[in-house]
Design a protein around this ligand. Structure first.
Ligand SMILES: Nc1ncnc2c1ncn2[C@@H]1O[C@H](COP(=O)(O)OP(=O)(O)OP(=O)(O)O)[C@@H](O)[C@H]1O
Length: 308
């Protein structure tokens, strides 16, 4: 089956000369939950905006369910629902009217039963006759989601869905996402949080500085994240790692005072006791030690280093 979304060599240079995306290739299968992970300014929103037609790409091609976003914009756009980062709503309209109106914008026939089920799923049914201005921030976010789903899209984009959102809404959102997936809707979300991707996504794409550095199944990526770091604060600074320890996955920090050992937390033998013994034999003393999980930041750093 052809991918529901195909992004081919998409690049974007903004008018001020800033290049936000560099030849991004990505194929998303129908029914996937895909997380686009990256730090601030990586290019996530730019990519989503191009697919949704609010930003024009400098070069490349995007196909949504086979429809070219440039040549066949209406057909492509009607298959997409977008929940942007910023809340943008007509504050004087009622919830019901806002959501129904959105559906109409896509040329879809009214379907009150569908709108009702949507509002119920998002715990908005009781508020259907309230004006947006009367709603809390979390409820406004729910309305944004209802609007994005009002025309029954095949792909839902959630741009930073859980930024500033409380636990209740977060849980409801994930329940809804799973329900949508079960109906065959593809969900693409952007996030800074590896936990969010871990919880939800089938696959993860890591983007940094406009480059898609990797696309991997979440379980594989988490295995990589299963790496832990043991940091030893040395009694006496070292200039270099002794050659006898070359076979170990050790790094000396720039200050020469911290020795970092990376190990697989899932392995039966982490190697730590042997390493500590070897260090003792070599007379390398330490005053403190600390273990931590390698963070997404570490993964970025190693990926960027490899990409450079
Ligand atoms: N209209 C614009 N003109 C010039 N540069 C822009 C414009 N919009 C975005 N950028 C720049 O492009 C880069 C990517 O921005 P983008 O919003 O896509 O990042 P992001 O990954 O979504 O970040 P965040 O996680 O902070 O939302 C940033 O450096 C941003 O400043």
């Amino acid at each position: 089956m052809p991918p529901i979304l195909s992004v081919r060599a998409v690049a974007k240079t903004y008018k001020n000369g800033f290049t936000a995306l560099r030849a991004v290739d990505l194929a998303i299968e129908k029914g996937e939950i895909f997380a686009l992970l990256g730090p601030n300014g990586a290019g996530k929103t730019t990519l989503i905006s191009i697919v949704c037609g609010t930003v024009t790409m400098t070069s490349g091609q995007v196909l949504v369910d086979g429809h070219d976003i440039a040549r066949d914009y209406r057909a492509a756009r009607s298959r997409i629902g977008l929940v942007p980062q910023e809340i943008a709503l007509d504050i004087f309209a009622t919830v019901w009217n806002t959501v129904s109106f959105s559906r109409g914008l896509f040329g879809k026939r009214p379907n009150p039963a569908y709108i009702e089920s949507l509002l119920r799923d998002l715990s908005l049914w009781d508020k259907r006759n309230s004006r947006v201005i009367e709603l809390s921030g979390g409820m406004k976010r729910r309305v944004m989601i209802a609007k994005a789903l009002s025309h029954e899209p095949d792909i839902l984009f959630l741009d930073e869905p859980t930024a500033g959102v409380d636990v209740g809404l977060r849980r409801d959102m994930w329940t809804l996402v799973r329900k949508l997936r079960d109906k065959g809707v593809t969900v693409i979300l952007t996030t800074h949080y590896i936990e969010e991707a871990e919880e939800m996504a089938d696959r993860v794409g890591v983007i940094d500085d406009g480059r898609l550095l990797l696309v991997e199944e979440t379980t594989h990526l988490m295995r990589k994240l299963g790496k832990r770091r043991l940091t030893l604060a040395l009694q006496h600074p070292m200039e270099a790692i002794p050659p006898e320890l070359a076979g170990w996955s050790l790094e000396l920090e720039a200050d020469g005072q911290h020795l970092v050992y990376s190990f697989d937390a899932n392995a039966e033998d982490t190697g730590i006791p042997t390493l500590l013994r070897r260090l003792g034999e070599k007379g390398i003393d330490f005053k403190d030690l600390d273990t931590s999980r390698s963070s997404l930041e570490d993964i970025f750093v190693s990926l960027v280093e490899r990409a450079a």
